[in-house]
Design a protein. Structure first.
Length: 334
């Protein structure tokens, strides 16, 4: 297939490499012309994925039309907060009805749309059955290194999910299909916020028991949210739910966990973000996820405390105390 990868960050670069290695014709779009030229010449994304050499077959461009025109599969990997802006630029060059796969994880501020909803909104209702989302425990560096990885691709209909599944399937990249698009996308968004909480716990030195409790109760928050939004509860126990939650809350390569870790150690959010090259989606998404939770009536106490720590300067120790002092109740409630 002719594939256009829209977004030259670490994950977009890793997926471009994966897709080229399974014999697709891949063009990688990078927003900044200077970086695009450097990657094209050096065959390495030294800003976002240093040390990974890209196959010579991958074309690299800063011209959106070169990546989009004539593609049969389009991979949208821009950060969630700029997804709409980027796809508005993409729309004039889309020909026919290619498959469009979101590999971004988040909820748009303002509209509170999931990324698949943003894509359909920008590209048009005719794309509803052609849009999919790829999610699951998958660090870009490990995918690029060919380490065994398993993810889920979800779409409104099984034909699209299975077509995208086939396109991505590789010897070291196993893809499962699903028709639970809300459940899969919500797992990818919520886990980033819970990973910040887990990082804060580790930064405070609270121990393994605290981290395990946060992850487990984070899964419970996700489950309540998925149920309120007509997702499938079984999805929560899968790769895009528990799988991605565990990875992002415990892995040293997790940007969101790193933000939380540094907050727990006393650093300010402004300084943390200024020192980071890549985006920690959970920082901005803590706002939109909390707003969406209030809209649908899903209680998410850990997510709310993360929002307060990040955006209202609530001290980390106070957030932990407020979580522990919440009213006692059964473990499983709605």
């Amino acid at each position: 297939m002719r594939v256009g990868v829209i977004g030259g960050g670490s994950f977009g670069t890793a997926l471009a490499k994966l897709l080229e290695e399974v014999s697709h014709d891949v063009t990688l779009w990078v927003r900044h012309p200077t970086l695009a030229r450097e990657i094209a010449v050096q065959r390495e994304n030294r800003v976002y994925l240093p040390g990974v050499i890209l196959p010579p077959g991958i074309r690299v461009t800063s011209a959106i039309e070169a990546a989009v025109t004539g593609c049969e599969l389009m991979l949208a990997v821009s950060p969630s907060h700029v997804m709409r802006e980027v796809m508005i630029q993409v729309r004039p060059y889309v020909q026919g009805l290619p498959y469009v796969v979101s590999a971004a994880k988040g909820v748009e501020e303002g509209s509170l749309h999931r990324m698949s909803e943003v894509l359909i909104d920008v590209l048009g209702p005719e794309f509803r059955e052609r849009v999919a989302a790829l999610s699951g425990p998958s660090f870009a560096r490990e995918v690029a290194a060919g380490m065994p990885t398993a993810v889920t691709v979800a779409a409104h209909n099984s034909d699209t999910a299975e077509a995208v599944q086939k396109a991505f399937q590789a010897p070291t990249f196993r893809v499962y299909s699903s028709t639970d698009l809300p459940g899969v996308e919500l797992g990818g968004a919520v886990k980033n916020v819970i990973a910040i909480a887990a990082g804060v716990s580790d930064g405070l030195g609270l121990g393994s028991s605290s981290r395990a409790a946060l992850i487990t109760r984070g899964v419970a928050e996700l489950a309540r949210r998925v149920k309120k939004m007509a997702g499938v509860q079984q999805t929560v126990s899968g790769l895009s739910g528990v799988g991605d939650m565990v990875l992002t809350c415990t892995g040293d390569l997790s940007r969101n966990r790193t933000v939380g870790l540094r907050i727990g150690r006393g650093e300010g959010l402004r300084d943390i973000l200024a020192s980071m090259t890549m985006v920690a989606e959970g920082v901005r998404n803590s706002l939109s996820i909390c707003e969406l939770a209030r809209r649908v009536g899903a209680e998410m106490p850990i997510t709310e405390q993360v929002r307060l720590m990040l955006h209202e300067d609530k001290p980390a120790h106070q957030a932990v105390g407020d979580l522990m002092r919440r009213q006692a109740r059964p473990e499983f409630w709605e």
